[in-house]
Design a protein around this ligand. Structure first.
Ligand code: HXC
Ligand code: NAP
Length: 267
């Protein structure tokens, strides 16, 4: 079956945490374009409303609720509202995140805790609250992680630690929920163009050029690259994939692909 053909996701209900912008909104828009019904949350009502409007303007069906993933009760209420409106949820995308560049000695305990709370506790809240409302068997859960989880990066101790926790949570839940027919995976995007994340992590043209020179494919990815992987993971074509942390990063995480510091000796 062509998993990207028109209407391929019709009948599916997709819940996206952190769905008001960037990569997560790109995922929501892609599923909606393939016929799925979308429920999305983020903190700010105006951003939620704009995201829902963008989906509806393109002909899709969506609802949005302002909820902070740091509040279990708010997340649970939002997921329940989506389930009550649209039925059992087929796909959960857990992608809410916060980030800034800071060395460990440049961040307060509250700064570290803030990112852990949004990324890791927030993921726990979304996944834990979703269980009662997802289709069993058949649901597919996807967390959005990052390569920094396994390849530590300076000034990213908070986000790297949080994403490492998300990787472990993903694989633990894959085992706990597998018997119920629920698959749990994570996508680790590399640097993705036109996102808040890259605006924060590589804010200048110079930083962008330097970063691209270290990537095997020498370029940033697109939101569509990540969205297409999410659609694949949710499809029957991926029915035997669970507990996987899948890099979609142009080869970013495998190592520094620049040869600048190396000189090949004459033979
Ligand atoms: C040091 C900082 C800081 C900075 C904030 N803090 N920015 N410390 N350097 N640049 C500190 C504050 O001083 C405060 O500590 C604590 O963090 C909480 O700050 P608040 O502003 O009160 O938090 P909050 O309003 O909850 O906002 C969360 C946020 C913000 C993460 C700080 O930037 C945000 O809302 N971000 C959401 C959007 C986002 O970041 N998108 C990019 C995701 S990209 P004190 O001690 O003063 O109280 C991404 C890429 C992944 O995740 C790739 C790598 C893993
Ligand atoms: P983004 O546009 O800032 O997306 C983050 C989303 O999370 C926003 O919709 C934001 O909306 C929401 N959010 C933040 N804090 C929240 C909270 N406490 N409760 C609920 N929602 C919250 O950033 P992005 O760059 O596209 O990143 C999206 C995901 O991809 C993140 O998980 C990030 O770690 C991951 N990632 C990104 C890159 C990259 O290149 N950009 C690389 C690797 C991984 P509100 O402000 O309205 O809450």
């Amino acid at each position: 079956m062509d998993i990207y053909k028109e209407d391929a996701c019709r009948g599916k209900v997709v819940f996206v945490a952190g769905g008001s912008s960037g990569i997560n909104l790109g995922i929501a828009q892609r599923f909606a374009g393939l016929g799925a019904t979308i429920g999305l949350i983020s903190r700010k009502q105006d951003r939620v409303s704009a995201a829902v409007a963008s989906i509806k303007e393109a002909g899709g069906q969506a609802m949005g609720i302002a909820a902070d993933v740091r509040s279990y009760d708010a997340v649970e209420a939002a997921i329940r509202q989506v389930r009550d409106a649209y039925g059992e949820i087929d796909v959960i995308i857990s992608g809410a995140a916060g980030n800034f560049l800071a060395p460990v000695v440049g961040m307060s305990a509250n700064a570290f805790k803030t990112v852990i709370d949004i990324d890791l506790l927030g993921s726990f809240n979304v996944l834990r609250a979703s269980y009662a409302h997802i289709r069993k068997p058949g649901a597919c859960v996807i967390s959005i992680t990052a390569g920094q989880a396994i390849r530590p990066t300076m000034f990213q101790a908070h986000a790297g630690a949080a994403k490492a926790g998300i990787n472990n949570l993903t694989q633990t839940l894959a085992m706990e929920w597998g018997p119920a027919g629920v698959r749990v995976n994570a996508i680790a995007p590399g640097p993705i163009s036109d996102t808040e994340g890259m605006a924060r992590l590589a804010p200048t043209a110079e930083a962008t050029k330097a970063l691209k020179s270290k990537i095997a494919l020498r370029d940033y990815g697109t939101k569509r690259d990540i969205a297409d992987l999410a659609v694949f993971l949710s499809s029957d074509n991926a029915k035997y994939i669970t507990g996987a942390i899948i890099d979609c990063d142009g080869g970013s995480v495998i190592g520094d692909a620049s040869a600048d510091a190396l000189t090949i000796p004459a033979r």
